[in-house]
Design a protein around this ligand. Structure first.
Ligand code: CU
Length: 186
């Protein structure tokens, strides 16, 4: 079979482009350690705020001293709206939603995941010192553009001092928030 020269050139170019695009995905996934959020851990989306894992949102350490952040997304806020974590230390994020799908995105980092009602999304990453914007990158309703939070990454010594003196966060009133309750009409 005779293949015209131009046809061969274009076949070659298409194959090269496919390899380039696939390669860039592979480099992004492996090089930047990106992976899909876990869909293994489930949660009752109507009982998130009374669930032991998410009743108190925020940053906590486990018995082994590892740092975890527990975050709830709802139209149109992240709870809590401010997080403080230590720099250059792995932080494991656990996220869920009480209503619709949200996108948790820590801008200028590889910290990003979809947040779905009924599931606990989880990822672990480390940060350089600084202030980061957390945005919702999954359209969730009319107030979507206001759905933002702040991540403060401080030197580990400073963080440890602050956590030992920090009181348990005040969650009074949060139990009254339900998907239907205070956020109707998203
Ligand atoms: Cu959103």
């Amino acid at each position: 079979m005779k293949i015209h020269l131009y046809e061969r050139v274009w076949i070659g170019a298409s194959v090269a482009m496919l390899m380039l695009f696939f390669g860039s995905i592979a480099v992004g996934a492996v090089g930047s350690n990106r992976h899909p959020p876990s869909h293994i851990e489930t949660i009752d989306p109507t009982g998130v705020l009374s669930d032991a894992r998410f009743a108190t949102q925020g940053v906590r350490t486990d018995d082994a001293g590892r740092v975890h952040a527990w975050i709830v997304g709802l139209t149109f806020v992240w709870l809590p709206a401010e997080l403080v974590v230590p720099a250059d230390t792995p932080v494991t994020f656990h996220l869920t939603s009480v209503d619709v799908t949200h996108g948790f995105s820590i801008v200028r980092t590889n910290g990003q995941t979809m947040v779905l009602p009924g599931y606990v999304s989880q990822f672990t990453t480390t940060f350089a010192e600084g202030e980061y914007l957390i945005a919702c990158n999954e359209y969730c309703g009319l107030g979507h553009h206001d759905m933002a939070a702040k991540l403060h990454v401080v030197p580990p010594e400073q963080w440890r001092q602050a956590t030992t003196s920090r009181e348990a966060p005040d969650t009074t009133g949060l139990a009254a928030l339900t998907p239907e309750g205070s956020h109707a009409g998203h």
